[in-house]
Structures are given as structure tokens and as C-alpha cells.
Design a protein. Structure first.
Ligand code: MLT
Length: 261
């Protein structure tokens, strides 16, 4: 893994493949490993830059509440380190919240952006309370009990029987998140604002991908905002984790979007 510095904090990332630059951001308690099935399908045609966001994977996980803006600034520091001027930026779930913050502030660094199982909407009051509860829980217990309990809900129903290996792999990746990193990121998600305007007011191409069985970012939330250049796809039968549930389909949608730019 390579390393950039964001406000003095090391941010690790994978840089593989050749072609137009594609930056792939993972979700909550994920890491660059969330893209391990996707990168091999894309790296022949694209340069895949895949960070461990602040608080995750091998990047730094300082104490305290993070902001989505901080996560996005980590991505900017990677582009600056690599001297890459413009990229296609795609984020899974929390990575999508991060992509929107980046697109809001650094649109000149983008050729296009997209959300995968994500949404521009903020947490409602109930959602904010759950974030606080998750942050307090992981600080007290570590991430494992939370990941064990929550992870089946990230997949389409019956993942324990239909895709036990994928569920286990996602859990393993989750376990590697430190309690401070998970708590800091939960607070970041709690405080994120509505960013529908970032999509609606952008003149960049936007990719929105939803899973028909996603209980976290269902299609009506994933498609809550669009502009004239939005490409929308629903992956039938997939939950929140098409990166593992339907990697071929997800990679095909990404490749055809990026090739069409
Ligand atoms: C994620 O996968 O990043 C989270 O499910 C996002 C969220 O809880 O809003």
C-alpha cells in the first residue's frame, strides 16, 4: 500500500492498473479490501486508486469525532500526492457521502462521480440517535459484536445460507476496524448534511447504483437527486453489498459508465 498525508495523518491506498483514473471509496467499517473483487475486473482498462479512508484499514484512526469533509480531504491528499489532476470518483455507502463532499468542494478535480448503495440524504433524528448508540457501543465493546449483528442486514435476505463466504469476508474486513475509527466515522455520518444539491447543480456525469434488496439505501433513497447527466441502475437481487453479492454486474456498470465519458 502507498501512503499520503492528510492534515498530518497518514492515509493508505492501493494504486493498481492503467488507464483513466478511477477512485473507489469503501463504506463504514470497510477498507480498500471492499473492492477486492472489483479491482481485478477493472484494472486492465482503468487505474484504480483505492484508499483506506480515515479511521479504517491501515490508515490512521485518531480519537474523537471525524467529519465527512475530513474523509474527503484524505482523498484530495492522495490525488495531490500522485499528481493526478482529474478522476472519476465513486463511493460505496459512507464512501458515497464522502464522494459528495468532495464533489461539492473540489469539482474541478472530477471528470464524473457516483454513489453505489448510497444516498444524498442526511440522517433523520432517529438515525442520528442510532449513530450515537453505535459509536458508544463500539467504543465500549470493540467492533466485532456490532459487525456480527449488523452485517446480515447489509446483504439481501438469507445471506447466511446463500452466500456465507461473502458474509464472512465482509465481517473479517469489518473486524479490522479499530473502535476509535468506527466511532469517529459514525459521528461523521451522523453530522452529514443533505447534499442533494451537489448532484442537482453539478454539470458532471453522475452514476447512481442501487440494490433492489438494499434496506439501507433502497432505490428511492439512492435516486433521491439527479441531474441531466445521471445514469441510474438497479442491481436486481442485491442488497447493500453488490461489491460482494454481484461483483460482475457492478463492475460492468462502472466500466460502461466510465468508458462512455
Ligand atoms: C455503510 O455501509 O457505509 C453504512 O451502511 C452507511 C450508513 O450506515 O449510512
Amino acid at each position: 500500500m502507498e501512503r499520503a498525508n492528510s492534515q498530518g495523518l497518514p492515509i493508505r491506498f492501493v494504486d493498481r492498473g492503467e488507464g483513466p483514473a478511477l477512485v473507489l471509496l469503501h463504506g463504514f467499517v470497510g477498507s480498500a479490501d471492499y473492492w477486492e473483487e472489483i479491482v481485478p475486473l477493472l484494472e486492465k482498462h482503468f487505474r484504480c486508486i483505492v484508499p483506506d479512508l480515515l479511521g479504517h484499514g491501515q490508515s490512521e484512526a485518531p480519537q474523537g469525532a471525524y467529519t465527512i469533509e475530513q474523509l474527503a480531504d484524505g482523498v484530495l491528499s492522495i490525488l495531490d500526492t500522485l499528481n493526478v489532476e482529474k478522476v472519476i470518483l465513486l463511493g460505496h455507502s459512507m464512501g458515497g457521502y464522502t464522494a459528495l463532499s468532495f464533489a461539492e468542494r473540489y469539482p474541478k478535480r472530477l471528470r464524473a462521480f457516483g454513489l453505489i448503495h448510497s444516498m444524498p440524504l442526511p440522517d433523520d433524528e432517529g438515525g442520528k440517535q442510532k449513530r450515537t448508540a453505535v459509536a458508544e457501543r463500539v467504543r465500549k465493546e470493540g467492533v466485532k459484536p456490532f459487525v456480527d449483528e449488523a452485517s446480515p442486514n447489509w446483504f439481501a435476505p438469507n445471506a447466511e445460507t446463500t452466500m456465507p463466504a461473502a458474509l464472512e469476508r465482509v465481517r473479517e474486513i469489518g473486524y479490522a476496524t479499530s473502535r476509535e475509527g468506527a466511532a469517529g466515522a459514525a459521528f461523521a455520518m451522523r453530522e452529514r448534511p443533505d447534499r442533494g444539491h451537489v448532484i442537482r447543480n453539478s454539470n458532471l456525469p453522475v452514476l447512481l447504483i442501487a440494490g433492489s434488496e438494499d434496506g439501507i439505501a433502497p432505490p428511492e433513497k439512492a435516486f433521491a437527486a439527479e441531474n441531466a447527466q445521471t445514469s441510474k441502475y438497479v442491481i436486481e437481487g442485491s442488497g447493500h453489498m453488490s461489491l460482494f453479492e454481484a461483483p460482475q454486474q457492478l463492475a460492468r456498470h462502472i466500466a460502461s459508465f466510465a468508458e462512455g465519458l
